[in-house]
Design a protein around this ligand. Structure first.
Ligand code: TEU
Ligand code: CA
Length: 547
């Protein structure tokens, strides 16, 4: 297995990272041109979101050909050059494999539509009449999860957009096709993979109505999912690579089985439970302030549980599907810098592999869009309509999108304070965040106290102190409401971490004498011998080697 415990991954949302040819869309050469910046962060891998041939109804998560490059992003030569240039800088490339579904423009699906039985078995088709879908399951993007094809007299399943047809993993031919895709990219020198919604691939044999929900209980961590992942890993040799599965609505028990050195499935898992603490009764589209008590309980349960079961988590706050963490869990006004650094510290020093999403290392905030015309994401546009139909005014619906839209994480990377933040010489495909004049790479390079330099320091600590990658974790916060604190231990080394999640100062359960310890990092300047209280959003970490 690759050394994923001492690694940090940087996530690139290609469409918004860097545009090399002025068409307003980020591309492969744009990434290659920024490899020195990425190297300067100290990260080991880059995960690049899909750039394969696609009609782009879900920004590339609707793949029409797993082996062809979308001309919008570049060519195969560009990709090979990127892999080579990254390799020279000790950066491994992780590609994004969207294997739960294909685009309906994929050749397999087109042949299925043309009536070829063989390819109909690649997908989940059910006979029926146009008025009654096979089940009442809902698409994750709103509406029914089934689409009727009149010509065939059949429905097909799409857990996401109607342009994303779910594959039938029970068909061994489908599994062989997908293994071949892995082998293809592996032979090009790719060093890892991220598997999109991979815990949804195994559907039950008999599909039935869900009387209590949207259908997810039937296909989440489905009947054969572990078997299929083991087979995929064993037959493609990805056990030696860094692999991460994106797990939708999963459970701790399943993540223990999916991940870790001996799982035979994946290196690690993303789960989203901690990113639902501001959902009202599970509904992302009804606003609620984050429940920090629940957040603490979730971190404690997952950290301790994964440790006990020898599983391994990917640690993250941000990705291309999430609003910006500093706006969501921190304070993007008065305590912008402090809260961004605290949030980073909290997850980088826990047990797991940290992921940094482009712009997070700068403290990029939510976009503050004011009109629906500024939005691009299919999910946001669908939900704008749904919210209006629920009776919200235009202003109210826009307010919800401003907090919850996936586009909040998809704004162009802020390279400098110049035109379009240096992202493109043309017109960006999506509007920038207006604060790019002050929040950008160039400005933060120049400020020794910047969020950017703080992230570099955090990443470098993992390389210097084995306890960060290998240590056992134990929480020490007791029941102080806004405090998360923990201790890590490894072969006589110990690390103590304190984080104040809120804007009020707080008092620790008991004062800690740190005079014999080394201060590794913190987001306020001074150092004390006795730690007894934390200032707003304060965080710090101390290290000790036992005599
Ligand atoms: O996302 C899966 C997914 O269901 C969530 O991340 C969801 O988008 C989020 O909870 C917001 O409601 C993955 C990809 O990351 C995403 O970009 C794709 O749209 C989706 O799969 C379909 O491929
Ligand atoms: Ca471009």
């Amino acid at each position: 297995m690759a050394d994923f415990k001492h690694s940090v991954v940087y996530q690139i949302y290609i469409k918004s990272f860097c545009d090399s040819n002025g068409d307003g869309i980020g591309d492969i050469r744009g990434i290659t041109g920024k490899l020195d910046y990425i190297r300067s962060l100290g990260v080991d891998y880059i995960w690049i979101t899909p750039f394969f041939l696609s009609p782009m109804c879900d920004n590339g998560y609707d793949v029409a050909d797993y082996r062809a490059i979308n001309p919008m992003f570049g060519t195969m030569e560009d990709v090979e050059e990127l892999i080579a240039q990254a390799g020279e800088r000790q950066i491994g490339c992780m590609f994004d494999m969207v294997f739960n579904h294909t685009s309906t423009e994929h050749e397999w699906f087109r042949r299925a539509l043309a009536g070829e039985k063989k390819y109909q078995d690649y997908y989940i088709f059910r006979d029926g009449t146009p008025d009654v879908p096979p089940t009442n399951w809902e698409s994750k993007f709103g509406g029914s999860a089934w689409e009727y094809v009149p010509r065939l007299g059949k429905w097909y399943l799409h857990l996401f957009d109607v342009g994303q047809a779910d594959l039938n993993w029970d068909n061994p031919q489908v599994r062989e096709e997908l293994k071949d895709v892995i082998r293809f990219w592996k032979s090009k020198g790719v060093r890892g993979f991220r598997f999109d919604v991979v815990n949804l691939i195994s559907k039950p044999e008999r599909l039935e109505n869900d009387e209590t929900g949207d259908g997810r209980k039937y296909y989440t961590d489905g009947p054969h999912v572990h078997e299929y992942l083991q087979e995929l890993a064993a037959d493609t040799g990805i056990e030696d690579m860094v692999t991460v599965g994106e797990m939708s609505s999963t459970s701790l028990e399943n993540c223990i089985r999916y991940s870790g050195e001996k799982s035979g499935e994946l290196s690690m898992c993303f789960n989203f439970h901690h990113l639902k603490v501001d959902y009202q009764d599970g509904d992302k589209w009804t606003l609620k302030a984050p429940d920090f008590q629940q957040l603490k309980e979730l971190f404690t349960r997952w950290q301790e549980g994964m440790q006990a079961g020898h599983g391994w988590n990917a640690m993250f706050w941000c990705n291309h599907d999430q609003p910006r963490a500093v706006s969501r869990f921190g304070d993007d006004g008065r305590y912008w810098k402090e809260s961004a650094k605290m949030l980073a510290t909290l997850i980088h020093l826990m047990r797991g592999t940290p992921y940094i999403f482009q712009g997070e290392e700068l403290g990029v905030t939510n976009a503050g869009y004011e009109t629906i015309e500024q939005y691009r994401d299919v999910e946001s546009l669908n939900y704008y309509e749904i919210l209006r139909n629920r009776g919200l005014t235009d202003r109210e619906a826009l307010h919800v999108l401003g907090e919850r839209s996936r586009d909040m994480g998809r704004t162009p990377m802020q390279w400098n304070g110049g035109k379009h933040a240096g992202f493109t010489g043309g017109t960006p495909w999506i509007d920038l965040v207006s604060n790019y004049e002050s929040i950008n790479v160039e400005a933060e390079e120049a400020d020794p106290d910047s969020i950017l330099h703080y992230y570099r320091k955090l990443v470098s600590l993992r390389k210097q102190y084995p306890v960060i990658g290998d240590g056992q974790i134990r929480f020490t916060n007791g029941d102080v409401p806004m405090l998360i604190s923990y201790e890590r231990e490894y072969q006589g080394e110990s690390l103590m971490v304190w984080c104040n999640l809120g804007s009020e100062a707080l008092v620790l359960p008991e004062a800690v004498d740190v005079s014999g310890m080394k201060r590794l990092i913190g987001n306020y300047p001074d150092e004390e011998q006795n730690i007894s209280r934390l200032r707003p959003y304060e965080c710090m970490a101390y290290h000790k080697i036992q005599p």
